[in-house]
Design a protein around this ligand. Structure first.
Ligand code: RB5
Length: 150
């Protein structure tokens, strides 16, 4: 079976955690494509979120992981792209709901507010949890539709 490639990117605040999660992803049997940043030097989160979200939006990759200090800047950028559902997740429970209810295809981690161990648990939960579908399917479809009210 072909290995799924997970995209990953971070700004300087997420750089150290990115390295650890890349290793974790490889341990779990995934291929990883690292879109930067490549050092702890100060940089701008949007420069990394745009390319990753574009690939997910265009279906070139199924899933991606973004990391910055709070997770917020990365999520603001990623969620501007059609069909991208980027979920800032600070606990395994939030990651589980982001998958089962929201079909989140981008995991966003707040590096300054989670331990490395928490981040690995959040990542594993996000990878393993299936979308529940059903009523949640209807709600996810409505995310892309600005003209519905019911
Ligand atoms: C960088 O200092 C920080 O602002 C960034 O990582 C992120 O938290 C922005 O949302």
């Amino acid at each position: 079976m072909t290995q799924e490639t997970i995209l990953i990117a971070a700004d300087h605040a997420g750089y150290e955690l990115k390295k650890k999660l890349e290793a974790e992803l490889k341990n779990l049997g995934f291929a990883v494509r690292d879109l930067g940043t490549n050092s702890a030097e100060s940089t701008d989160y949007a420069d990394y979120a745009h390319p990753l979200a574009k690939e997910v939006s265009e279906g070139k990759a199924k899933r991606g992981v973004l990391i910055c200090g709070t997770g917020l800047g990365m999520s603001y950028v990623a969620n501007r792209y059609a069909n991208v559902r980027a979920a800032v997740s600070w606990s395994p429970e939030v990651a589980e709901l982001a998958r089962s209810h929201n079909d989140a295809n981008v995991l966003v981690l707040p590096a300054r507010f989670v331990t490395d161990d928490d981040a690995k648990k959040i990542l594993r939960t996000w990878l393993e949890t299936e979308f529940a579908g059903g009523r949640h399917e209807r709600r996810v479809v409505k995310i892309e539709n600005k003209n519905v009210s019911s």
